[in-house]
Design a protein around this ligand. Structure first.
Ligand code: T1G
Length: 713
């Protein structure tokens, strides 16, 4: 029998085909991810019931269409509460588990989440060189909820299984074979190999169901008596439930169940824990982040345009940023010419590059030869003429408009007409720069975040004349450079820094009200979940940078109450780079922030001079003032169409500023709290409420529901 078993009218999401010897091949065919949606699960259950009832069928092979097995359960489905009739991946796997047939998973490409769990329910698993396996549910604030927490520990031991699921990483074919997860890794057709295996082992071969096994702890020299100790250690290693560890602790509980309970009871425990997570706020936030990230490249109203090929690049300025950008191009396989007039700066840049590649070799991430090739793809020159043939040039010189204009008028004269010119400015007006060239349509902002070769975030700044082709090319380049690229309109500070200004303003105000920096940082980091508190961040990026931006901000926005930053700037309290900032930096690495009474004294003096009295402020108020400052500006940036979607702003803050992903980003967080509550608090803090926020609050709507036509209505 071949063809499809699906209710009349429903799109076929699987295909079945019979091979000689009673072998039925079932192909998951639900592009783009072969996601095991409720609809696909229903079709799979029907197909399995048909196969189970057919005595001529002795074995079943699962595979996926389009060079991928399955990326797991359909994340879109989590938004809809399943009914008792709804079929899910669990029902599919239960149908496999109770079947007497032999099952083989023929895995091409990725088998993730529920896709991997389906493979784990099979008797045999065959992969190809391109196979990748993983249970990344933790990245969605979930745990594997279709048997993965019970079957994987039985296959590779609790310790290894737990580590794999806690990280949510994938493992490649060879490692999976070495661990006994894959029975075979073949060069050719995985389905053919699966059929050959069935013919070899024969239908009468004993089933190899993992449910029939028990779980080993998998820790050398430790037997099951050590379970409580190992489990307690595991709980200590993950963040607290209230601060991003919600899913991790439940995952450890589920794996503990695989060690202490029989399969059926362990499975029930897993299902219960999963169901608690799938309705939780942290998971909803992380699901939002998943889809927000995939929306980034979709630019509404952008006429279709063919992206230009970017095969060579140039970077102006071999400072820390310029060199980091050059490394990013090299890592993406694009040879790059770094233009730098100063010899000692070229030396420093070469040390940074070769030091970084040597470190990658030490860490086993690169072979010596790969590092050598990468090093060769970066060249240092002093003459702009070397850039005549490159496809794109990124300017990364000192943050001064006049200097940048000189650079671009020289580039415009030298570079080939179709070359794209880009500025790495973090705040300045790119239209003003583009205006000194004859190619404003081929001008765009590419704002990298320090360190440029590490930070995933890239802000693509669309100028008034940036052409659809240039913008499309920049978005594609963002993917090529393995960045998370967010498009911003051209405005002071774009998205990230513009929102950061108000966040920084509130942090400074709290400091002036007598709240020490270490308390503010502790609350934002340990209670709310930021990767780093505001003052540690100021010290890392440099108080001198902050002083320059403050000069421009005060000019553009006003709002300075004290001379704290001016005095710190004058006193060379520039943060980690001078060993003194909002903290003192002691210890061997000179990176340990230590509270500094002199800083507190300086602040108290300035506050008194400004007539400010110390106030007692709760931890909650600290969180509210800093988080809502981001929300209020974020709403304005949507209203002015500088940001395309609230999800874009969330991604900027999660990837660029360490906002806790389990709160979904500032705009999602405002919905978590309730827009009316946030707007009310902002009013209470005495700030002008963003008109968009006011409108959403009055309409009882959500920011997530924001649509462009709602802007400046
Ligand atoms: N559900 C729905 N859509 C999905 C999907 C999924 N699981 N995975 C991908 N897509 C869509 C994605 O939105 C995009 O759509 C397109 O596929 C291509 O994806 C019971 C409960 C595998 C690393 O967490 O991490 O199983 O934007 O752009 O960059 O225990 O996709 O084109 O319209 O990301 O090559 C667990 C999620 C689910 C894996 C490939 N699975 N996917 O990245 O392509 S929970 C995951 C990924 C689960 C069970 C539990 C990535 C990828 P569009 P893409 P990519």
């Amino acid at each position: 029998m071949s063809g499809n078993v699906h209710p009349a009218g429903a799109a076929p999401l699987i295909a079945t085909a019979d091979r000689p010897g009673g072998i039925r091949v079932i192909t998951l065919d639900n592009p783009p991810a072969n996601a095991i949606s409720y609809a696909l699960s229903a079709q799979l259950v029907t197909a399995l019931e048909a196969a189970n009832a057919d005595p001529a069928i002795r074995a079943i092979v699962f595979t996926g269409a389009g060079g991928r097995f399955s990326f797991g359960a359909d994340i879109n489905d989590f938004a809809t509460e399943p009914t008792p009739e709804t079929k899910t991946a669990r029902d599919v796997i239960a149908a496999v588990e109770r079947s007497a047939k032999t099952f083989v998973a023929a895995i091409e490409g990725n088998a993730l989440g529920g896709g991997f769990e389906l493979a784990l329910a099979c008797d045999y698993r065959i992969g190809s060189q391109k196979t990748k396996l993983g249970l990344p549910e933790i990245k969605l604030g979930l745990l594997p909820g279709a048997g993965g927490t019970q079957r994987l520990p039985r296959l590779i031991g609790a310790q290894d299984a737990l580590q794999l699921m806690l990280k949510g990483d994938t493992i490649a074919a060879e490692e999976a074979r070495n661990k006994g997860i894959l029975d075979e890794v073949v060069a050719g057709d995985v389905v053919a190999a699966a059929v050959a295996l069935i013919e070899r082992v024969g239908a009468a071969a004993p089933k190899r169901r993992l449910s029939a096994r028990t779980t080993e702890l998998g820790v050398k020299g430790m037997g099951l008596f050590a379970v409580p100790f190992v489990v307690a250690q595991a709980h200590k290693m993950v963040p607290p439930e209230s601060n991003g560890g919600f899913a991790a602790h439940k995952l450890i509980d589920a794996v503990e169940a695989s060690l202490e309970l029989d399969f059926a009871h362990g499975l029930a425990r897993e299902f219960r824990l999963f169901d608690e997570l799938v309705r939780s706020a942290p998971s909803a936030a992380l699901q939002h982040v998943f889809f927000a990230e995939r929306q980034l490249g979709k630019i509404p109203d952008l006429p279709a345009a063919e992206p230009q090929e970017i095969t060579t690049a140039g970077v102006i300025g071999a400072g820390t940023m310029g060199t980091g950008i050059a490394i990013t191009f090299a890592n993406a396989g694009i040879p790059v010419i770094l233009i730098e007039p100063a010899d000692e700066q070229i030396e420093r840049s070469k040390q940074m590059v070769f030091g970084m590649f040597a470190h990658q070799v030490q860490r086993g991430r690169l072979t010596q030869e790969e590092a050598w090739k990468l090093g060769q793809s970066i060249s240092w020159e002093t003459d702009y003429g070397e850039l005549a043939g490159v496809d794109i040039v990124v300017e990364a010189v000192f943050e001064n408009m006049d200097v940048k204009k000189q650079v671009f008028s020289r580039l415009d004269a030298i570079c080939k007409p179709q070359a794209i010119l880009a500025s790495n400015t973090s705040t300045l007006d790119i239209d003003e720069m583009a205006a000194v060239t004859r190619r404003p349509d081929r001008f765009v902002g590419l704002h990298f975040f320090a360190p440029a070769n590490i930070m995933k975030l890239l802000e693509i700044v669309r100028g008034a004349h940036t052409s659809p082709q240039t913008l499309t090319t920049a978005v594609k380049l963002g993917k090529t450079l393995r960045k998370v690229a967010v498009v911003s309109a051209n405005a002071f500070g774009f998205i990230g820094n513009r929102m950061f200004f108000d966040y920084a303003r509130e942090a400074m105000y709290l400091l002036e009200e007598g709240i020490p920096p270490e308390r503010i940082d502790r609350v934002m980091k340990q209670q709310f979940g930021f990767a780093m508190g505001p003052f540690a961040t100021f010290d890392l990026s440099g108080v001198d940078v902050f002083w320059h931006i403050q000069q421009e901000r005060v000019e553009a926005l006003g709002e300075k109450r004290t001379n704290i930053i001016d005095r710190m700037y004058a006193a060379k309290r520039w943060g980690q780079k001078t060993g003194l900032g909002f903290y003192k930096y002691d210890g061997p690495s000179k990176r340990e922030p230590v509270p500094d009474p002199d800083l507190i004294a300086l602040v108290a003096e300035e506050a008194a001079a400004a007539g400010l009295k110390p106030r007692s402020v709760s931890d909650n108020e600290i969180i509210e003032r800093l988080a809502y400052a981001l929300v209020n500006v974020g709403a304005d940036l949507l209203d002015k169409e500088i940001a395309l979607r609230p999800g874009d702003e969330d991604i900027v803050y999660i990837y660029g500023y360490g906002f806790p992903p389990h709160h979904g980003g500032p705009m999602w967080y405002a919905d978590e709290v309730g827009v009316a509550t946030v707007a009310g608090k902002i009013k209470a803090f005495g700030w002008p409420v963003s008109p968009l926020l006011e409108r959403i609050a009055q309409s009882g709507g959500t920011i997530a529901g924001y649509k462009k036509e709602f802007a400046h209505a």
